[in-house]
Design a protein. Structure first.
Length: 345
């Protein structure tokens, strides 16, 4: 079987103070025709991404609405790190060499996991590109009655033609496609996109839940940040799609005017070596700046610390080259903090 991912208990009633009664009733009404439907959510990873956090909240809420929702992850296999990120980057428009060896590893992963899919749910929702070929390989192994959907959270406008050609074959048997924004389809999927569902945040997750002021100050002190001074914070992935140095450049320009200003940069690290090289270059630039604090997802800076940093920030900063208003800024806005975003996406 695929790797099951447990989820916490969560009910719609938990959101009663955040959502109107009429909206909750509308959700229940919409779910009535789907009572008992078996829904399997597939993601390439179980943690460490905004998507995983969203699914962790979504699955128990679907259960509360009467659906039989489950969450699972395909077995990555020993060579996943060598090709998984490359597939993602190629579809996002990165400069990744597309080879027959890469395709072979991707299809081998799909073959193995198609054989592990030991049940036939009513719906399968694929949230990452890596599990996409599983349906194609499953159809070669046995008949299936499940309706498969691809929730694509990538900006596909610059997808490598070779990579997109493969994906186009894979999604031919999918029942529906969901995008975060119509423009992200480019010229690829305009006629076949079934729905547009913008990204969302979970207000009750550890990244967004209210934290007492004294606990916030304790976390800031542990991070070496003075809670009494102004703070600018940038949250960014270490990849070619994020301008990871712009906040540092702005900080240096503003510092003479606001000498008490502090800068925190929280980097989300990928699995490829390029992310670590980019982080190292940023660290060198910040080495002689005592008021610049550089953190990463591999340094123990997790959801609670990010929550506190967002709340403590005078301004939250993020400059994506693609998908400009990232979920991290949605979280900061939810907390009532000012944000500066890129104009893309």
């Amino acid at each position: 079987m695929l790797l099951p991912i447990p989820t916490p208990d969560r009910a719609l009633s938990n959101y009663g103070q955040l959502v109107s009664d009429s909206d909750l009733e509308e959700l229940r009404r919409l779910a009535e025709p789907l009572q008992g439907a078996r829904v399997l959510h597939l993601t390439a990873t179980a943690a460490g991404t905004h998507l995983a956090g969203t699914i962790r909240a979504l699955v128990p809420l679907m259960r509360d609405l009467g659906l039989d929702a489950q969450w699972a992850m395909p077995e990555p296999g020993p060579d996943y790190d060598q090709w998984g990120w490359a597939v993602y980057e190629a579809l996002a428009g990165g400069e990744v060499g597309w080879t027959s060896e890469l395709l072979g590893r991707w299809e081998g992963y799909a073959d193995r996991n198609a054989a592990l899919l030991d049940s036939d749910p009513d719906f399968v929702v694929v949230h990452d590109p890596q599990p996409l070929p599983i349906l194609d390989r499953l159809r070669l192994q046995r008949d299936t009655t499940a309706a498969w959907l691809w929730h694509c959270h990538l900006d596909l406008r610059d997808a490598q033609p070779e990579a997109w050609g493969v994906v186009e074959k894979y999604i031919g048997h999918y029942a529906g496609l969901v995008l975060e924004q119509t423009a992200f389809a480019g010229n690829h999927m305009d006629e076949r996109a079934s729905a547009v569902i913008p990204p969302a945040i979970d207000p009750l997750s550890p990244r967004n839940v209210e934290i007492p002021h004294e606990d916030q100050e304790l976390v800031l002190h542990l991070l070496g940040i003075n809670p009494q001074r102004q703070l600018m914070t940038q949250f960014c992935r270490m990849d070619m799609w994020t301008d990871s140095t712009s906040a540092f450049d702005v900080f240096r320009q503003v510092k003479p005017v606001l000498p008490d200003l502090q800068l925190a940069i929280v980097a989300q690290m990928g699995t490829d070596t390029g992310a670590y090289l980019q982080f190292e270059q940023l660290a060198r630039r910040a080495a002689n700046e005592p008021d610049v604090h550089l953190f990463s997802s591999v340094d123990g800076v997790g959801d609670v610390e990010i929550n506190v940093l967002q709340r403590a920030s005078t301004v939250n900063f993020q400059r994506s080259v693609r998908k400009g208003f990232a979920p991290i800024l949605m979280e900061a806005s939810w907390k009532g903090r000012p944000v500066v975003a890129g104009v893309s996406g």
